[in-house]
Design a protein. Structure first.
Length: 477
């Protein structure tokens, strides 16, 4: 389970790669780190050093601005999380935190790369109850932060705080990620499953940032099938994502520090018919971009696009175990992944053993296009007007609109509000008066039944003839 970061130095040529992994030299598994002998030397092993605690494995690493090494591990039996700190490049370790965790590891570490910042974050998943039967399936995202290179830490925060079904229909299941953006603000992403009896059946990629404090859905609905709530799914008759896999999972966050655009990559399958001969999903790598700090996201792009339905062992194109460098470099995104030649996890009894290439791929960021503004207006017409104020809002906001030209009313007009999943929550179309004159409607954040909606991102859709305009609304709580 390798993971890496780099040491910090004012001279980039003096930075060195730090890797961590777990290894069984005999007796017990342990976590190890190793530091390259020189910049880009690639001399492994160089001087490996172990964390002298048996069975503290599944390591994740981050190196802070002053070269403190942070190491997060789990247990061989999955029961606890452990967070360690070393200020002498792994010669000695201090235990920072030790607490009950989950049945499936989902922890992650990230240190800020913002100049002069001493921030870092430890993200992990924790289940609702203390039995392995629910631990895999019913988890929350938790996190804790430091602002002084790991010397002191905040209290642990339950970010998702999911409530019992049907109040909440999502749960966290494997795969968390985090990054600090160009303004040194924290972003966290995770893969969440839909609450069903079958834990691998349906999933989405979710995002949160500390400035807006709202959850957004990263992946747009599949282009291959219709699912009412936009989940990526497997069906009772389709192939299987495989053990510990879901249709959309394991997000990777990447920041373009020149624009502060945020990219999110993930692995999965948007077409449940693309399966191996053994009936396991042939995974692909996907991407989306946000130009507003993660509040809204572009339609997803299939980056690898290596569909191989029905392929047998050796012919499958199943991209898996993807990692990404968290920042755009020279307008490019850097990722690594395994190209599994027979989909499914061999150690889980899925597929057969094949020789699988490990790929490093560098591609231009524009392979994931941004959200484009569309304006179908005929310039000779006086176009409709739409405005919302205040926005963001807490208790109520006023929606002002006017169609102005009768030619836009030939096919009627509508004013609707949708949630981030694309579900209609409020329809003002029937209550609109003569929209040729300035019209104001007050929305108090309730749905069509009068029930108050949770805080988050909503979309106001205004249609008049062939004119369509959408505005993003942010409801604060």
């Amino acid at each position: 389970m390798p993971n890496l970061d780099i040491t910090r130095h004012v001279n980039p040529d003096s930075q060195r790669t730090v890797i961590c992994y777990h290894y069984w030299p005999g007796g017990n598994y342990r976590s190890w780190i190793d530091i390259d002998s020189a910049n880009l030397a690639g001399s492994w092993p160089n001087n490996p050093k172990d964390l002298p605690i048996n069975d503290h494995i599944w390591p994740r690493i981050a190196v802070t601005q002053n070269n403190t090494i942070l190491l997060a591990t789990g247990d061989n039996n999955y029961e606890r999380n452990h967070l360690y700190r070393s200020t002498d490049f792994g010669d000695s370790w201090d235990l920072i935190a030790d607490f009950d965790s989950i049945h499936k590891m989902g922890h992650f570490l990230r240190a800020s790369h913002f100049p002069g910042s001493q921030k870092a974050v430890f993200v992990y998943t924790q289940y609702f109850c203390d039995t392995s039967g629910c631990g895999c399936r019913d988890q929350d995202v938790w996190y804790m932060t430091t602002g002084d290179n790991g010397m002191t830490w905040s209290d642990r925060i339950d970010l998702t705080n999911y409530q019992p079904y049907p109040i909440d229909s999502a749960r966290v299941y494997v795969g968390t990620n985090a990054v600090y953006d160009a303004n040194d603000n924290l972003h966290i992403a995770w893969s969440g499953r839909k609450v069903t009896d079958y834990m691998y059946e349906a999933s989405k990629i979710f995002h949160w940032d500390e400035v807006h404090d709202v959850f957004s859905v990263v992946n747009s609905p599949s282009i291959y099938y219709y699912e009412p709530d936009g989940w990526w799914i497997a069906t009772a008759t389709s192939g299987s994502p495989g053990a510990y896999h879901m249709p959309a999972m394991d997000p990777q966050l990447i920041v373009d520090t020149t624009s502060n655009w945020l990219y999110c990559l993930w692995q999965g399958n948007d077409d449940y018919n693309d399966c191996s001969a053994g009936r396991y999903f042939n995974g692909e790598l996907y991407g989306s971009v946000s130009m507003d700090s993660g509040l809204t996201w572009s339609d997803y792009v299939n980056l690898t696009n290596t569909r191989s339905p029905g392929a047998g062992p050796g012919a499958c194109m199943d991209e898996d175990y993807m990692t990404a460098y968290p920042y755009v470099v020279n307008d490019s995104i850097y990722i690594t992944f395994i190209e599994d030649k027979d989909a499914g996890g061999y150690v889980q009894g899925e597929g057969i053993l094949t020789e699988n290439p490990v790929r490093c791929w560098v591609f231009h960021k524009d392979l994931i296009p941004g959200i484009k503004e569309k304006n179908p207006l005929k310039t000779e017409y006086t176009t409709p007007m739409l405005d919302v104020y205040p926005n963001p809002f807490r208790d109520k906001t006023q929606i002002r609109y006017m169609i102005q030209d009768t030619r836009y009313m030939m096919n009627g007009y509508s004013l609707k509000i949708f949630d981030a999943a694309g579900q209609l929550v409020r329809d003002f179309s029937r209550s609109t008066p003569n929209a040729l004159h300035p019209t104001v409607i007050t929305w108090d954040g309730s749905d069509n039944t009068g029930k108050k909606l949770p805080g988050g991102v909503y979309f106001l859709e205004f249609e008049a003839g062939d004119y369509k305009e959408t505005k993003k609304l942010i409801l604060l709580k």
